[in-house]
Ligand binder design. Structure first.
Ligand code: TPP
Ligand code: MG
Length: 597
């Protein structure tokens, strides 16, 4: 049989090192599916349960493996379903290639069935490179450019391959004539280091500062030792943006934990009281949690020039890769002798952890979600991979989980979309089948996409040498994060029609799928549930019945927020009594600890 343009497409992807594609079939990509079938598993196709899941899986694949993630969907509806997961990748600067089908070229322009203007549809999410093939001779150049651009720009690219082009005879090289191009494979990230004079200027500012605050994000992952050395030398504290949670372990005395609405009080105090702000590899968006303009001198390292001085006007912008830049910077830094600032931070951090523990130990109806996360921390194996969905789980993941060195973890940072927690966990297992994975997901997100993705966890876990994958469901019958945002930020009471989540038995459902299911309805059951799940021979769904009235309080509740919160209660919030009770206890826990300390 003659090889088709689709066979060549797969060959080109293989030549770039791609070995796995997440996707869903449809007649718009039958040509490509045929080629994947013939490719003898050289490039493996993972059938996702929904194209949005395929895009999340491709994104997580890239996040957890460092490789390009690839997803594949049919024309029209399949392509449309990919979009949210692709935006998730784009917003977290993650390289993903989407390949989609299109109606045959002879049908196009006739408002044909499933004919959608895909170039326009993908023009925003894949604006760096979205191209449609009109002849097989383009395949090589389209793949070479789409892959290289996605990797180099850390973004999403998209190839649209019409149905008839997929099935035409392959053309490995265009004819040698005017207009033809001859592309090739291969890309390695360059060594990007700032100019010497900028490193000198940055060092001067950092050496002069008396109170240094460091903020690390995803761009500092992999630079743990260098960030530690920098913080030690400067006597500074380090706050972590959510995607940078794994940059430093939480048992270091100068690590103040997460920042922002989901962050900690020590991170807030660090930023508000510093005189020098050093931001490393982060695009953390909420400027109100950073030092005030004029309060501090600023130095920033980022590999993407467009992110420099975007949240705070920096005195020195260092365009460079984190490790290389810190390596150049460190010999220029002087160790600060005055450790007073460092000692204040360390005592704030120590006190904060006692507050976290006190808050976690408070009784709730039936389970205090903070306790779920607090108790998980010490049990987590050092090689675990954590994923988290958008919802109240993100608060507790950010604040209560103490990470250890060697862990990996991610969530939807820039897009903060619901639905990513379980597909991220599944892709993490494909990338690291020998590591335990724990997904932390709300009941709303389970009913949106998580339950669907569990079907595939049941399908694939038999291949993993370490079958441990735990899906921890925060079953609070509420879209809790938003309910609280409505109370605190908008001053509105809970609107049951929009916020209630229907009852669902996640543990029984897990069992139905052939997984293990554990229902946790009392605090004393939390620890045994984790111990059982971490020793299980198959993935486990833990259905934890959580109290929706425990407030995910911002680290520093301001007057407007307090006003909004109180007025929500006066307008007849259905959970009024529960939340007054829980909020008072939560706040008291903090004040009591401070008073005792
Ligand atoms: C796709 C999507 N839709 C809506 C939102 C807005 N949103 C953010 S968190 C949240 C509530 C999540 O509820 P659940 O999964 O039950 O978690 P909980 O907060 O209750 O723990 C919603 C609706 C979003 N971020 N993404
Ligand atoms: Mg919920």
């Amino acid at each position: 049989m003659k090889k088709t343009a689709s066979d060549f497409l797969i060959q080109c992807l293989y030549d770039w090192g791609i070995r796995r594609i997440y996707g869903y079939p449809g007649d718009g990509i039958n040509g490509i599916m045929g080629a994947l079938g013939r490719a003898d598993d050289q490039v493996r196709f993972i059938q996702s349960r929904h194209e949005e899941l395929a895009a999340f899986e491709a994104c997580a694949h890239a996040k957890f493996s460092g490789e390009l993630g690839v997803c594949l969907a049919t024309s029209g509806p399949g392509a449309i379903h990919l979009l949210n997961g692709l935006y998730d990748a784009k917003k977290d600067y993650t390289p993903v290639l989407a390949i989609v089908g299109q109606q045959a070229t002879i049908a196009m322009g006739t408002d044909y069935q499933q004919e959608v203007d895909l170039i326009s549809l993908f023009k925003d999410v894949a604006h760096h490179y979205v191209q449609m093939a009109s002849t097989p001779a383009q395949i090589r150049q389209l793949v070479d450019r789409a892959v290289r651009i996605a990797l180099a720009e850390r973004t999403v690219t998209c190839l649209i391959i019409p149905h008839d082009v997929q099935e035409m005879d392959m053309v490995t090289a265009p004819p040698r004539k005017h207009g033809a191009n001859f592309t090739g494979v291969g890309y390695r990230r360059p060594r990007v280091v700032p100019a010497e004079e900028d490193l000198d200027r940055a060092a001067a500012i950092l050496n002069e500062g008396k109170k240094v605050a460091i903020l690390v994000g995803a761009g500092a992952l992999g630079a743990t030792d260098l960030v530690m050395e920098t913080a030690e030398t400067l006597g500074g504290g380090v706050a972590k943006a959510l995607l940078g949670k794994m940059v430093l372990p939480d048992d270091l005395p100068y690590v103040t934990g997460s920042i922002g609405l989901l962050g900690t009080r020590p991170s807030w105090d660090l930023m508000m009281n510093c005189d020098t702000f050093f931001m490393i590899g982060s695009s953390f968006p909420y400027s109100e949690f950073l030092p005030k303009e004029g309060q501090a001198k600023g130095v920033q390292i980022d590999i993407q020039a467009r992110m420099l001085s975007t949240r705070f006007p920096m005195d020195v912008n260092l365009h460079g890769e984190t490790s290389l830049t810190l390596k150049e910077l460190l010999p220029r830094l002087k160790k600060k002798d005055d450790r007073a600032w460092r000692e204040t931070i360390a005592s704030d951090v120590e006190e904060w952890w006692t507050v976290m523990e006190a808050r976690a130990r408070l009784a709730a109806k039936p389970i205090n979600p903070q306790r779920l996360f607090w108790e998980l921390s010490p049990l987590l194996p050092e090689n675990s991979i954590l994923t988290c969905d958008s919802g109240s789980a993100a608060n507790w993941y950010a604040r209560d989980i103490k990470v250890k060195r060697g862990m990996m973890g991610s969530l939807s940072g820039g897009l903060a979309t619901m639905g990513c927690g379980v597909p991220y966990a599944l892709a993490a297992k494909f990338c690291h089948p020998d590591r335990p994975v724990i997904a932390m997901v709300g009941d709303g997100a389970m009913q949106m996409l998580g339950n669907l993705c569990l079907v595939n966890i049941a399908r694939f876990y038999g291949e993993w040498p370490d079958p441990r994958l735990i899906v921890l469901v925060l079953n609070n019958r509420d879209l809790n994060q938003v309910t609280w945002e409505q109370r605190i930020l908008a001053g509105d009471p809970k609107f049951a029609a929009s916020q209630d989540v229907p009852a669902f038995n996640y543990a029984e459902y897990g069992k139905l799928l052939g997984l293990e299911g554990i229902e946790v309805t009392r605090p004393e059951e939390i620890r045994p549930a984790y111990e059982r799940a971490l020793q299980a021979s198959r993935p486990v769904v833990i259905d934890a019945h959580c109290d929706p009235d425990v407030p995910p309080l911002p680290p520093h509740i301001n007057f407007e927020q307090a006003k909004g919160y109180m007025s929500a209660l006066f307008q007849g919030d259905p959970n009024e009594m529960g939340i007054i009770h829980q909020s008072a206890k939560q706040m008291m826990a903090e004040y009591l600890m401070r008073w005792k300390g």
